[in-house]
Design a protein around this ligand. Structure first.
Ligand SMILES: [Zn+2]
Length: 82
């Protein structure tokens, strides 16, 4: 069982897999442990989740300009490729 603490950098790299529910159980447990301790990452994950949700419904997210959304999507796709 993996007990190493997850870093913020690692979380950022895993967030799309997390939201896709593509993580294995030990990694998921480490990620959620990190989220419980790190308000920055918690906010970050919420932001990405909102972005994906906005894309899914084609509703515009009030706090997100079209430009900001495009940037987020580009970033999201870059992560998926990476
Ligand atoms: Zn963090």
């Amino acid at each position: 069982m993996a007990t190493a603490e997850m870093t913020c950098q690692e979380l950022v790299e895993l967030v799309t897999d997390y939201l896709d529910r593509a993580l294995d159980a030990p990694t998921l447990a480490r990620l959620e442990a990190h989220l419980a301790d790190c308000p920055h990452c918690e906010r970050y994950v919420a932001q990405i989740r909102l972005t994906i949700g906005a894309l899914g419904t084609l509703e515009s997210e009030p706090e997100l300009t079209p430009e900001a959304r495009q940037r987020a999507v580009a970033q999201f796709r870059a992560w998926k490729r990476g």
